[in-house]
Design a protein around this ligand. Structure first.
Ligand SMILES: O=C(CO)COP(=O)(O)O
Length: 248
């Protein structure tokens, strides 16, 4: 049995004060959640949010990081820095990073390896554009992202890793993939990983769905055979909505 994991990706939202207000509100509301709960604030709020959530059932993740330990990379944050803060997860290869900051599968792979080097658990995002979906290349695109992004890992690392399947056309648009469609792509991801690392490890790996997840969509999504959680954007910015999702 895979324990469900639901994470909030706050993207570039919330000042430090607003971040603290959100997690203070969330603490009690999600204390009885049956899934693992993660929030991913901006870098500037990470330290304070980690402190505020000590002793609660909410873990903290970062939204990105560099793959080097340190160096002349102006404006970047390293895995060492995240680990020292008490951050547990890191989102890698979000489609917005790929689209606006030119992240490639090769960089994604370097970041995944760097995350493990420093004891962080990666949440690796994959997903197809609307064009790719309409030209029937979803499986090919996702297959390549998985093959390249998850190269050179051990089966133990795969068992800990989290993949987030986020169809790009469903992000922030209010359109969700049907739960059945999402489940079939997620099953494909699991098969692909099974080819690379064996069925046993692939069965342990958790795969989230992301893209306009709301309180009204989560139940059906979580009822699917292979969907093990959600990566939530917009709806993770409000206490009542994120709490309703997590307590699905
Ligand atoms: O990109 C997402 C989470 O990483 C999804 O965002 P929305 O839930 O706002 O569509």
């Amino acid at each position: 049995m895979r324990t469900p994991i639901i994470a909030g990706n706050w993207k570039m939202h919330k000042t430090l004060e607003e971040s603290l207000e959100l997690v203070k509100g969330l603490k009690d509301e999600v204390s009885k959640a049956k899934c693992q709960v993660v929030v991913c604030p901006t870098f500037l709020s990470l330290a304070a949010v980690v402190q505020e959530l000590k002793g609660t059932n909410i873990d903290v993740g970062a939204q990105n990081m560099h793959f080097e330990d340190q160096g002349a990379y102006t404006g970047e944050i390293s895995p060492v820095m995240l680990k020292h803060l008490g951050v547990k997860y890191v989102i890698i290869g979000h489609s917005e990073r790929r689209q606006y900051f030119a992240e490639t599968d090769d960089m994604v792979n370097k970041k995944v390896l760097a995350a493990y080097k420093h004891g962080l658990i990666p949440i690796v995002c994959v997903g197809e554009t609307l064009n790719e979906r309409e030209s029937n290349s979803t499986f090919e695109i996702i297959g390549n992202q998985i093959k390249k992004g998850l190269a050179n890992l051990t089966s133990e690392q795969i068992e800990e890793l989290i993949v987030a399947y986020e169809p790009i056309w469903a992000i922030g648009t209010g359109k969700t993939a049907t739960a059945q469609d999402a489940n079939s792509v997620i099953k494909y991801i699991r098969d692909k990983v099974a080819q690379m690392y064996g069925k046993e490890s692939a069965e342990k790996m958790r795969i989230q769905y992301g893209g306009s997840v709301k309180p009204s969509t989560i139940k059906e999504q979580m009822a699917q055979s292979d969907i093990d959680g959600a990566l939530v954007g917009g709806a993770s910015l409000k206490v009542d909505e994120f709490a309703a999702i997590v307590n699905f």
